[in-house]
Design a binder for this molecule. Structure first.
Ligand code: FMN
Length: 238
């Protein structure tokens, strides 16, 4: 393969946030997963596990995650006492890792910039809480993707298992891209663990780090959004 082709494939991938409902043919999905298994990993342990849902199962999970999102709205809105109430009633999000919280000062600007850029692109104003809620709910519905994937990492090999899952996931996303599929990693799905345990027997020790939407991109203008990709941060030499 030419280096230019490889660069072009990498640069053509971007997060897709609107999908056509068309299912992914089984042989295409199998080929993507088969490519992903060639990713390198710590001592070849491949310390991760995937749950892949399509069709009715994906729809059940879509509904379940949207319901979790609706229930967590008071927390999203930071309503006074909401956190305490959720803690007392045992209804705090049950993810294996905390997905919310303030970014450190050096990381925050990039996160703010991409969020602001995306909302601007969508035409959702800063104070439009209903618009933002609707968008975030769509996020929990996998943006309409016909297939969703949940990524679990082995808790005895952290942080390396999470690192290896990332290597595998990018391989999977590029393998999907090469076959005309679009993808979007969905960290928001890691906020809740309960719905996935209803549908899958996830082996002991595996913790949920992220989800992923997979399917054919729609023509919706949201898919024209482009995040910035500044140069890799390099440590200065002494
Ligand atoms: C682990 C992970 C979790 C992510 N979670 C979300 C998410 O919940 N919702 C979303 O819209 N984008 C999510 N993204 C996409 C990032 O915002 C996106 O990769 C980044 O802005 C760069 O844009 P690009 O993927 O289009 O190149 C996630 C990306 C990663 C790697």
């Amino acid at each position: 393969m030419l280096a230019e082709d490889f660069s072009a494939l990498i640069r053509s991938r971007r997060s897709v946030r609107s999908f056509r409902p068309d299912p992914i043919p089984d042989d295409i999905l199998d080929a993507v997963l088969d490519d992903a298994r060639h990713a390198p990993s710590w001592s070849n342990t491949r310390p991760y596990c995937l749950a892949v849902a399509s069709g009715e199962r994906a729809d059940r999970l879509r509904q379940a995650y949207a319901a979790e999102f609706d229930a967590a709205l008071p927390l999203y809105h930071r309503r006074p006492g909401a956190m305490l109430k959720a803690a007392l009633t045992g209804s705090l999000p049950d993810g294996d890792f905390k997905t919310w919280g303030r970014y450190s000062d050096d990381l925050r600007p990039a996160s703010v910039a991409v969020g602001r850029g995306l909302y601007q692109h969508l035409g959702i104003a800063r104070g439009d809480r209903a618009g933002r809620d609707a968008w975030n709910r769509r996020n929990c519905e996998f943006f309409g993707a016909p297939t969703a994937v949940w990524v679990f990492v082995h808790d005895t090999l952290l942080p390396f298992s999470a690192h290896d899952a990332g290597l595998m996931l990018q391989t999977l996303m590029l393998a999907a891209q090469a076959r005309g599929l679009g993808s979007c990693a969905l960290g928001v799905l890691a906020t809740w663990r309960g719905p996935i345990d209803v549908e899958f027997a996830v082996p002991e020790h595996y913790k949920l780090v992220t989800g992923l939407a997979l399917g054919y991109p729609s023509d919706d203008p949201v898919n024209d959004f482009r995040a910035e990709h500044p140069p890799i941060r390099l440590a200065a030499s002494r």
